[in-house]
Write a new protein. Structure first.
Length: 308
């Protein structure tokens, strides 16, 4: 079996989708964020994922966002398109449209809400893979979807040529180790949790798909780069150094805190679309206190008007 191509090694930023006050997509700010990520050392960009509010984008917006990213990035780093759905036919449609839009790879989350069996997962992802020539990253996040990909299912799926990687956000290291042991080079593992990057690398992971890197791409990249260079102690040091910031970004449902943090840093990313809304004052104050601790705010925490 020929060796599968690795999409990226290091940090793939799960980029936010900036909105105007009328909740339309703010494309000029989106371009600025893409440039900031590339300049900051991001190794790939994930567009229209959970952090990009994919659940509240129309299909037209979703595909246009991918198209816009591809045009602006111009091949500097891979553009990975969120294309998942809990409706297999819809996931197939998004896969085809994102491929037409020029994406370099696709991210496919497990079906959520209706859920499915392990056989259902196998059939769902296999149908998605058959519909496109692009490499696919599976996305396992049981806390959001209520369904978990078991190691034996990963093994079956890894035998499909264009299923090449997984974003593992189960937090279950025994399961991740078993998956790595079963799949070996046929499935690249990326951490889906910013607080577990170094730990995942220790099990042979090749990087992270990150929320944290929206704020500090250079430092998140360094957690991975130092590990790959053999400086495991530095990687662990950086992982622990930014732990409080990582935790603050999950005080509320992602991407609420990361968008509020970016606004505090001076980025005009705007609000989240409903049903997601701003953090309450108490949580927002906690977030701003942590941002100030890391010298990331442009203004005093007491001057924020969007905490309510």
């Amino acid at each position: 079996m020929k060796l599968k191509k690795q999409i990226f090694k290091g940090v793939g930023t799960a980029i936010v989708t900036p909105m105007k006050e009328d909740f339309s997509i703010h494309y000029s700010v989106f371009e600025d964020l893409l440039d900031m990520q590339i300049a900051g050392g991001a190794d790939a960009i994930v567009v229209a994922g959970t952090t990009g509010e994919s659940a509240v984008l129309t299909d037209e917006e979703h595909v246009e966002l991918i198209r816009h990213a591809v045009r602006h990035v111009k091949g500097r780093i891979p553009v990975i398109a969120g294309a998942g759905s809990n409706n297999t036919a819809h996931a197939v449609y998004l896969s085809k449209e994102c491929e037409k839009a020029g994406a370099d790879a696709l991210l496919h989350v497990t079906p959520y809400y209706n859920k499915t069996s392990q056989q259902g997962l196998f059939l769902h992802f296999t149908e998605c893979a058959k519909s496109t020539n692009l490499p696919i990253i599976l996305y396992n996040v049981p806390s959001r979807t209520g369904v978990n990909i078991c190691p034996a299912t990963y093994k079956r799926l890894s035998e499909t040529e264009n299923i090449v990687a997984v974003k593992e956000a189960s937090g279950n290291f025994s399961q991740i180790a078993r998956t790595a042991s079963l799949c070996k080079e046929d499935l690249t593992i990326y951490s889906g949790n910013d607080d577990q990057i170094t730990s995942s690398l220790a099990l042979g992971g090749k990087g992270v798909i990150s929320v944290l890197s929206n704020l500090i791409p250079n430092e998140t990249h360094a957690i991975c780069a130092s590990y790959f260079e053999g400086n495991h102690e530095e990687s662990a040091h950086l992982q622990l150094k930014y732990l409080e910031l990582i935790e603050a970004l999950f005080l509320d449902v992602n991407p609420i805190p990361v968008k509020q943090a970016m606004r505090a840093m001076g980025y005009d990313v705007g609000p989240c679309r409903l049903p997601l809304c701003n953090m309450d004052n108490t949580m927002a104050e906690k977030l701003y206190t942590v941002l100030e601790k890391y010298s990331l705010t442009k203004v005093s925490k007491h001057s924020h008007s969007d905490a309510g």
